[in-house]
Design a protein around this ligand. Sequence first.
Ligand SMILES: NC(=O)c1ccc[n+]([C@@H]2O[C@H](COP(=O)([O-])OP(=O)(O)OC[C@H]3O[C@@H](n4cnc5c(N)ncnc54)[C@H](O)[C@@H]3O)[C@@H](O)[C@H]2O)c1
Length: 385
Amino acid sequence: MKQKKKLNVAMIGYGFMGKTHSDAFTLAPKMFDTDYIPVLHTLSARNREKAEAFAERWGYHAVETDWRKVVASPEIDVVDICVPNNMHAEIAIAAAEAGKMVLTEKPLAMNVAEGERMVAAVKKAGVPNMTWYNYRRIPAVTLAKQIIDSGKLGKIFHLRAQFLQDWTISSDLPQGGPGTWRLDVGAAGSGVTGDLLAHCIDTAMWWNGPITKVCARTETFIKERTHVESGKTQPVGIDDACVFLCDFENGSLGNFESTRYARGHKAKYFIEINGEHASIAWDLHDLHRLAYFDHADESIVRGWRSIHVTDGDQPYMGNWWVPGLSVGYETSFTHQVVDFLQSLTSGKVVGPTFEDALQTQRVCEAVLASGRDRAWKDTNAKAMI
Ligand SMILES: NC(=O)c1ccc[n+]([C@@H]2O[C@H](COP(=O)([O-])OP(=O)(O)OC[C@H]3O[C@@H](n4cnc5c(N)ncnc54)[C@H](O)[C@@H]3O)[C@@H](O)[C@H]2O)c1
């Protein structure tokens, strides 16, 4: 039997993402061939009782309430950061300095300056790193990237994306604390721009190259909310909604929209790209399907195809069930772990690295500045892998 190498993982945080990542580390080496086997080693969180319950459920060997001890531990190989955005930089930089591989949830950081320090830290330490822009690894989204790269679309004219939710419409909802830290600018850095549009921007630039200029309109519909920690009514500093226009380096035009005030939409992530020969569209609510229109089709049968992405020759699907059976949201994280582990063997770096996530951060920061100043802004974003 081939000897596999163990990789001890420390998970920081046990919320929504702590769960998806624990699932991904568990399933990746079972469904795919990897030389490395992640071991759920230590779960780190502030509340010991809750952390112990999570650790027991998922099979972590140890619990530690102080993330600094985890990062310093010689037993840990990989530090995975699943806590609110204001904690990403400090933990990631400490982990890199301790020589650990570092994975962090998105957005990379609170702002570009923080993101640059994180990139510098992983580069200086020479440690493998990744940011969890997981939507790239939904098989239909990966297939779209392959079709675009093959040139089938021809010259690209347009890219449009939306990420719509409706969960913050009530003015009774507080800001800060468990579940509502996303409404607190001090914990989240921004609202829908960093939380939701960042996903669209990552996919868009991965598919279509750098966004160079943006013109945004941001809005905060509910101006004050009670803060969970202070108990006081405080101004809301996040953007509740954001729409922006943009230029891509390749000459195509983009328009993006995100809000948490679109009644009826829970997680409506839609992205479409139009080229001279063909178009592609994808919708998270129907994630295993890819819509494809090819103008070269015979005119009497020409129309949008709905490709059921479940065949063995489509991305990642050969390792799952049989053609016709779909996989879900959680497998985007599994696939990210697989690609990360395989990159350790091949030595070929896979994105989104911290450096890639910094490009998305640059666009987010330019969008927020544009919304504030009501003016076009340069992004200084570079190409990503
Ligand atoms: N890739 C994705 O699709 C995706 C989806 C959701 C969240 N995220 C990102 O993952 C990270 C964690 O988000 P989540 O949805 O898992 O959050 P969550 O609220 O479900 O969990 C947050 C975790 O951080 C801990 N924590 C530490 N300090 C905290 C504080 N001051 N306030 C609140 N919680 C604190 C909590 O105890 C909990 O374990 C964020 O950076 C978020 O942007 C990414």
